[in-house]
Structure formats: structure tokens, C-alpha cells
Design a protein. Sequence first.
Length: 318
Amino acid sequence: MAVETDLPRRAGAPARRGVHVRPGRPRFRTGWAKAPLYLLAVTMVVPFYWMVITAFKPVSEITRNPPSFIPESPTTVGYSDPEWLPDVDNPGHVAGLFQRFTEVELGFWRFAINSVVIAAVVTVLALLAASLAAYVITKHDIKGRRVIFLMILGSMMIPWQATLVPNYLVVRNLGWIDSYLGYIVPAIPKAFVVFFLVQYLQSIPNDLIEAARIDGAGEWRIWWQVVLPLLRPALAAMSIFVMLNEWNNFLWPLIIVESDQMANLPVALARLNSAFTGAQHMGVIMAASLLASLPTVVFFLLFQKHFTRGIAMSGLKG
């Protein structure tokens, strides 16, 4: 009986009787299989490329038809145009990004500071609260913990848009409209992070917790000095997702923000786009978009391994 094999025969070696060597797959098939991947990569990279080159084009080149795909005269007038004057009509020159939002303290940088503060504080508090909840659910024998965990899972099935009105009413009644508290407090509960950490903690033996209790450590000390160090890989993975989600948050800040002083970057970009229409302002809008997206790109490149690890860990069962 002949047996087929994919192993190539060494040069000069006689073919074994009864064994048929099957030729390898043609390389062109593998190349065609990668074509959809290349097409998807192009569709994702081209908008970013267009944003970058438009941010460094002069107004005359932006408004030209047909457009240029390589800047002929790169410039930074999208950020600050020295030839623009507020009371002088100078065709081809508009106010740069840093020359706008003059009514806001620190100008455009105020929005960046708001985004950094909100994203950092929410990430830290959300991970601490989720780790504490996961520790209680997993390592404490309390009544109704299964019901509590099922309620947390059930909240993941509800569209978050359905909670916008109730959350807004609560924040308004507490007087947190247009404040950091309105940003941060409603964003601390993260059901998915609790679910993820519960699955991770189930793989940790209870003997470690019991040993700490025998040594006289209290529950807060066990959580801080035993549980959190063990959760470090899971917390690192979840911090990336929470951080990026808060950095790109738009709808909730749009609802609770009333003044430009408390706007974050997504809200500021939306207001900039709606206030200044026309192709001559497109360079300023793209310059603001580039500054808003640059931290996320750098963050991803620095912590790419944690992204991959977080996705792999999310598919594991405890």
C-alpha cells in the first residue's frame, strides 16, 4: 500500500519503494492567500497617511484639485501660521491649531491635559476596584456571590447606550455636570475587567491566601501584597484596553460637558470640525487629529506585547 508523505527526498538518495513523494504547495497559492490581509492593511494605513500629509500641507495645496499624495511644500502652518492676523483678511492663511481656542486656558493643550488626567485616573481606579471585586468573588465564601457574579455578567449584555439617560440624571442630581467627577466616577465600574480577573484568579491556588491568613495578614493586606502582585500580568493587559477606551471616549463627555474648559480631545475635535467648515481649515483639523492619535499609536508600539498577551489570555478559561 502506497503512503503519501510531504517530506522531501534528499538529493542522491534512492526513493523508497511504495512511497510516493507529494510535491509541495505552489508558492503562488500562499501569496494569493495573503492578498486580503494586504488589502485590509492598505485600507487601514491610507487614512492615517492622508491625515499626516494633510497636517503638513499649506492651504493652497490642500484646496488644489486634483489633490497631491506627497506634500510638495511641507509646512507647519496647520499648527501655527505666522502670517495670519485676526483682523486681516489674508487669502491662503488661516489660524493654526495653537492660535485657536484662545478663550480656553492653555488653548488646545487644555483638552490634552483633560484626556490624560481622565484616562489615567479612570484606568487606575477601575483596575483597583475590579481586582478587589474579583478577589472577593473568587476567594471569599460569601452568600449570594454567584448571584452577584451573574448580575455582573448580565450587565455586559445590556447595551451601554441604554444607560446614558439614567447615568446622566444621576450625575446631574449630584451636581457633577461639567466636572472631573462626572467623567471619572461613572467610568470606574468595568464588568468585563471583573469577569476577566475572576477567570484569572480561579487559576491561583487558595493555599496562598490561606497561608497569608495564618500568618496574621488582614484582608486588605492580602489583597494589596498577595493578590495584586499575582494579578500583574492580567492588570497590565486590561490597563491597555481601559486606557484606550477612555482616551477615545466621545459620547459620554459630549453629554456632560458644557464648557470648552472641561472638554477632552474627542469632543474638542468634534467642535473644531463643526465650527470651521471648508477645505481651507482641513489642515488644522488634521493637525489636531494627528496630535490626538499620536499618543495612542506610541502607546500601542511600546506595549504591543501586552496587547497580544491580553488577547491570548482573554481566550483562556480558569
